[in-house]
Design a protein around this ligand. Structure first.
Ligand code: SF4
Length: 193
């Protein structure tokens, strides 16, 4: 299975499908366990990710790791990726053309991993995957779309500007962990709209 992910890594690191390929240092494919039951999807690589070619390795990555550990996950037993795999200049939001260009890379990752739940981190992933917005109002929700379960929470980078969200992210990931436990045990879960 990981051979297939290696193929995607190669496709991503050599991709020139959108303008972001011109300004990046490194494209940043997803990383983690190909057998993970959950895939976390953020917005785009930032400066540290661009330098190192790995997702969530900067300040937001540390915040995410802390919340994951609080909820009983480790970085090694999950898979983390982004809606776009190359850093937008000055960390601006990726535009529609860029997210559309990168969509097939994300779809390929999801087709290989087949997660039980996709954890959406922040508004860009929420908008791109579920056409959603207003993440702070919708966070904590579990949504089913086309037979796929999605869990919605804030992006760890939002905590840098709003420290009150630190515990919110931790509690959301704990709730996600409980949902995965229920799925494992065949217990039905209550869905949101
Ligand atoms: S952002 Fe995605 S589509 Fe654009 S160049 Fe990078 S990998 Fe290719």
């Amino acid at each position: 299975m990981s051979n297939k992910l290696d193929g995607i890594r190669k496709d991503v690191t050599t991709c020139t499908r959108c303008e972001l390929s011109k300004s990046r240092i490194n494209a940043v494919p997803g990383s983690g366990d190909a057998n993970s039951k959950v895939v976390f999807i953020g917005e785009a690589p930032g400066r540290n990710e661009d330098l190192q070619g790995s997702p969530f390795v900067g300040t937001a990555g540390k915040i995410l790791s802390e919340a994951l550990s609080y909820a009983g996950f480790t970085r090694d037993d999950i898979y983390i990726t982004n809606v776009v795999k190359c850093r937008p200049p000055n960390n601006r939001r990726p535009n529609k053309q860029e997210t559309n260009s990168c969509k097939s890379h994300l779809q390929s990752e999801l087709e290989i991993i087949c997660p039980k739940v996709i954890c959406i981190l922040g508004n860009t992933a929420f908008g791109s995957l579920l056409d959603g917005n207003a993440i702070t109002k919708n966070r904590g929700k579990i949504i089913k779309r086309d037979d796929q379960l999605y869990f919605v929470t804030v992006h760890p980078a939002a905590i840098i500007y709003n420290p009150d969200l630190r515990q919110v992210l931790k509690d959301d990931l704990k709730a996600l962990s409980n949902i995965l436990d229920k799925i494992k045990k065949g217990i039905s879960i209550e869905l949101d709209k």
